[in-house]
Ligand binder design. Structure first.
Ligand code: FAD
Length: 421
């Protein structure tokens, strides 16, 4: 029987996992070389969406046709560090191949829907339980299109969402203007999605989860996991740069850095990094009324505690390549064009710029489940674009696996072994 679990990584997935493991009666040690919720983690700077309707993988049939124009556009949503391209090609090939047909996308969407369903309520409950319920807003979010034609072009995706039970209202022209008075007239069509939500301070949310776990008896160790020690088939300890921590079980929740530990746990996973950026400005009372995704630019604007955050972009680059801060300035330019009333003040009112690493598997699904080497090691990483939203349920199902309870969702689509050749 498992009594003591080491949760490796204190991003939002590790923090939510620690929370649920403690409530399931386990002794928990959290391990992270960085401060929980700080800028080294993707969980620090994301767009805050807790969107149960984010069930489509980022790639879709025919997306490759758009790639050249995105890459040639200095303001476009995608960039590649060319010297990294040879290394990235197998991942990019699998990424496109796993979303080649709508039948594949539909299959992915069913798995993601199970993981993301009720995300805002799960987060609200978890945040409320630790005394920070105000960090989670349960409300509609908006998808903005420039024209009805662009919306129509996305209709298969919306049909897949409708089949999954997602509901929304459509707004056009003056109705959209009434909903979002400051939005540029370049956007004529909006889709307001029901039963969703967002977090107004993802960094504070992670910190609060960890602080609460420490109060509930967890220990936080500031070091880096390097490998595992086994006694026969049984996991005996997690080895770190500061010695080993004995335990009965461990959870790999290190986001984009999971590949080496996963390999040591017996599973070769094609994890890559889709890097993204954010830019935050002070803009009290300005910008959108609803968190908004701009479908042409593939970015999100969210009103947060700290200011107005614009987040997005996909940069295919090596894990530790230096950030290209020009990408954050691209976000600033987009913010000025989307909300013209902000344009003159944006540069002066800059609060924060950031680069983060989405931990992404090519099929758009995370790895959640037992490792091949031992059932005492659990994979919990690779949540890509939806790691904040899906962290609450991930934490619950990991605690269920560790305590021998039937997981509340079918974890077959998330097995790390799905990549075995
Ligand atoms: C620009 C951008 C916008 C996004 N917007 C959204 C959004 O709106 N909604 C959403 O749901 N998702 C969003 N995401 C994705 C989301 O942020 C990530 O999927 C999620 O934060 C991943 O969480 P994690 O805990 O797995 O990893 P991380 O948050 O990266 O945490 C991993 C932790 O592991 C630690 N670590 C690494 N190696 C080791 C080791 N060897 N030993 C111990 N600790 C280690 C790190 O220090 C880090 O603290 C966005 C991402 C980006 C970049």
């Amino acid at each position: 029987m498992i009594k003591h679990v080491v949760v490796i990584g204190a991003g939002v997935v590790g923090a939510a996992t620690a929370h649920h493991c403690l409530r399931a009666g386990l002794k928990v040690t959290l391990l992270d070389p960085g401060q929980p919720g700080q800028s080294q983690a993707a969980s620090y700077g994301n767009a805050g969406w807790l969107s149960p309707h984010s069930i489509l993988p980022p790639a879709y049939p025919g997306v490759w046709k758009q790639v050249p124009s995105w890459l040639l556009d200095p303001l476009g949503p995608l960039t590649i560090r060319w010297r990294y391209l040879p290394k990235a090609i197998p991942w990019l090939r699998d990424y496109l191949a796993s979303a080649w047909t709508y039948a594949q996308i539909k299959k992915t969407s069913v798995a993601l829907r199970a993981l993301l369903n009720h995300a805002p309520d799960l987060h609200k409950a978890m945040a409320t339980a630790i005394g920070v319920g105000e960090l989670i807003n349960v409300r509609e979010v908006l998808h903005a299109y420039r024209t009805s034609t662009e919306f129509q072009a996305d209709s298969v995706g919306w049909t897949i969402r409708r089949d999954a039970g997602v509901t929304w209202r459509e707004f056009k022209d003056e109705n959209l203007r009434a909903l979002e008075p400051q939005l540029s007239p370049d956007y004529q069509c909006g889709v307001l999605v029901d039963n969703t939500g967002y977090c107004v301070n993802p960094s504070l949310y992670v910190q609060s989860l960890v602080t609460d776990s420490l109060k509930a008896g967890a220990e936080l160790v500031c070091s880096q996991a390097q490998s595992f020690r086994f006694e026969g088939e049984k996991l005996a300890a997690v080895q770190t740069d500061a010695g080993e921590i004995k335990c009965d079980a461990t959870v790999i929740a290190v986001g984009a850095r999971a590949q080496t530990l996963a390999q040591q746990a017996g599973d070769a996973v094609p994890l890559a990094t889709e890097r993204g950026y954010h830019y935050v400005v002070q803009a009290p009372g300005e910008g959108p009324n609803h968190p908004t995704m701009f479908m042409d630019k593939k970015l999100i604007v969210t009103p947060m505690d700290s200011g107005l955050r614009i987040a997005g972009q996909v940069e295919i680059a090596d894990l530790d390549d230096v950030p290209n801060w020009q990408r954050a300035q691209v976000l600033r330019q987009h913010l000025a064009s989307i909300y013209p009333s902000l344009a003159s003040r944006i540069a002066a009112d800059q609060i924060d710029v950031w680069m983060g690493r989405r931990p992404s598997l090519p099929d758009g699904l995370p790895c959640i489940g037992f490792a091949s080497r031992s059932r005492s090691i659990i994979h919990a990483y690779g949540h890509g674009h939806v790691g904040l939203a899906s962290s609450a349920r991930t934490g619950r199902v990991v605690a269920q696996l560790l305590t021998g309870t039937e997981p509340e969702i079918d974890l077959t689509p998330f097995r790390a072994q799905r990549f075995k050749k």
